[in-house]
Design a protein. Structure first.
Length: 289
């Protein structure tokens, strides 16, 4: 692997023949992060061993085309991104957990998401087939997976979903589609040093969805006061989107959770909704729209 990393760096004019310090930061799901210290400069190299995830490279340039603020892309190849190092950035700092309780940061985030959604809706109107779509994981096979793993074969919510999959996707298609970030957490957050701007980075799961997908995703992590500030700054919420999201987000969470070697903590609430009957109620509300 390290040979591949050096080959990528050479494409950026960074050679190990000169002073070069390379430190691995993370290795997850075929995505490698390295801090590259070259002379007096520091960069982050993001290398994609998993070809599917190279979609993030394209996503950075789509956002740039739409004038959506991102961290600086210093260079790119077909397999990697050379990014600014936020620990050395003159513009941004890395997000911290306390940002989730910061009203100013929440309001800044609302502005970033609102711009992403407004510009994204115009962009995807005739390009929706080229993007990752999170709802595509809702298939008969994956519903069967949840049913078997939860040992709830007798729960008729599964047959209700399978029998009405086409109708559920019709309902999803009736609300405005836009670009959605889909991966909110404070570790993917950058905040400007003057605290007038907050943006998200890491666009591997950027794709097509509807606005409330992201609104719910962000609000789940924010404190009560920050959540209120985010929603007020973002503006009106579409209640139809909220009803649809309440059902499909539970299914998506369970599908992703059960595809992991061990069931994660973040799937527990969705799992409870199966046993309590809340998932069935949510699906019925979608079908009644």
């Amino acid at each position: 692997m390290i040979k591949n990393i050096y080959k990528e760096l050479e494409k950026f004019g960074i050679s190990k023949q000169n002073y070069l310090d390379l430190k691995e930061i993370r290795n997850k799901d075929g995505i490698y992060l390295f801090r590259v210290i070259y002379g007096n400069s520091s960069y982050i190299l993001k290398y994609f061993q998993n070809i599917e995830y190279t979609r993030e490279i394209k996503n950075y340039f789509i956002l740039k085309e739409l004038n959506i603020p991102t961290i600086e892309v210093v260079g790119h190849t077909g397999k990697s991104l050379l990014l600014e190092d936020l620990e050395k950035s003159k513009t941004y700092r890395l997000g911290i957990e306390s940002d989730l309780s910061d009203i100013e940061v929440a309001e800044d985030l609302a502005e970033w998401y609102k711009k992403l959604h407004n510009e994204g809706a115009k962009y995807v109107s005739n390009k929706d087939n080229i993007f990752y779509r999170q709802a595509d994981v809702i298939t008969k096979e994956n519903i069967e997976l949840i049913k078997n793993r939860t040992k709830t074969e007798d729960n008729h919510v599964w047959q209700l979903i399978i029998d009405n999959l086409d109708l559920i996707f019709t309902k999803i298609g009736e609300v405005e589609q836009t670009l959605t970030y889909n991966d909110f957490y404070w570790t993917n957050l950058a905040v400007s040093h003057d605290k007038k701007e907050a943006i998200m980075f890491d666009y591997n799961f950027l794709g097509i969805g509807f606005r409330y997908n992201d609104i719910r995703n962000v609000c789940l992590s924010l404190s009560k006061e920050a959540r209120k500030a985010f929603v007020e700054k973002y503006g009106k919420i579409n209640e139809t989107e909220k009803i649809i999201d309440n059902g499909i987000s539970t299914l998506i969470t369970l599908i992703f959770a059960y595809k992991r070697p061990e069931f994660p903590k973040w799937g527990q609430e969705s799992l409870k909704s199966v046993y309590s009957g809340e998932l069935e109620k949510a699906i019925i509300k979608i079908l009644e729209l």
